[in-house]
Design a protein around this ligand. Structure first.
Ligand SMILES: Cc1cc2nc3c(=O)[nH]c(=O)nc-3n(C[C@H](O)[C@H](O)[C@H](O)COP(=O)(O)O)c2cc1C
Length: 176
């Protein structure tokens, strides 16, 4: 078998596995371009919480399963661990301001944001209007992995809409 040789990419320093510089690791992780979601849940009082997440991904078609991960020291960690449901809105290319809003420290992230809300008696978390995909999920597992909590959800319902995605690459938003 031919030997595999590492090639130096100009401008990218080679980092040895045991001496990770956190910034180099972040830059390498961030080289994997993703879409951007807002993940929502209801707290114990029934009030919505939501946050921007690009760790979202599909796991399985049958059964339909998705996953995402949340920093353990996030203020929202206790709410998402307690919640039995979560909902995912995949943002459209013109929704960068919402991505920034749901990652910011504003007092009420939902203020002025157009949401799709469930009818009374339905405990589905609200979704972001005009997103290109919506997932309503029932949490089936959460696992503490490193400094994140990995959530696995069974998809209860989905809908998609036309439109280009908002993308995130090396800490920058881009229109897809
Ligand atoms: C594009 C983007 C993607 C993000 N993805 C995640 C993620 O997958 N998991 C996570 O824990 N935080 C992620 N964050 C950060 C959270 O949105 C942010 O820390 C959170 O909303 C802040 O809530 P806090 O009150 O707990 O600090 C992301 C931020 C941005 C801008």
């Amino acid at each position: 078998m031919a030997a595999v040789r590492a090639r130096h990419i100009p401008g990218l320093p080679i980092v040895k596995s045991h001496t990770f510089d956190p910034l180099a690791l972040r830059r390498a992780f961030g080289s994997f371009a993703t879409g951007v979601t807002v993940i929502t849940a209801l707290d114990e009082a029934g009030a919505p919480v939501g946050m921007t997440a690009n760790s979202f991904g599909s796991i399985s078609l049958d059964p339909p399963l998705v996953q995402w991960s949340l920093r353990i020291n996030s203020g929202l960690h206790p709410v998402f661990v307690r919640a039995e449901r979560f909902a995912v809105s995949v943002l459209r290319s013109d929704q960068e301001s919402l991505a920034r809003r749901f990652a910011s420290r504003v007092a009420n992230r939902f203020e002025g944001v157009e949401m799709v809300v469930a009818p009374p008696g339905d405990d589905s978390p609200p979704l972001i209007a005009d997103a290109i995909a919506h997932f309503q999920c029932r949490k089936v597992n959460d696992i503490r992995v490193g400094d994140h909590e990995l959530f696995i959800g069974q998809v209860l319902s989905v809908e998609t809409a036309p439109g280009a995605p908002l993308l995130f690459f090396r800490s920058q938003f881009q229109a897809g």
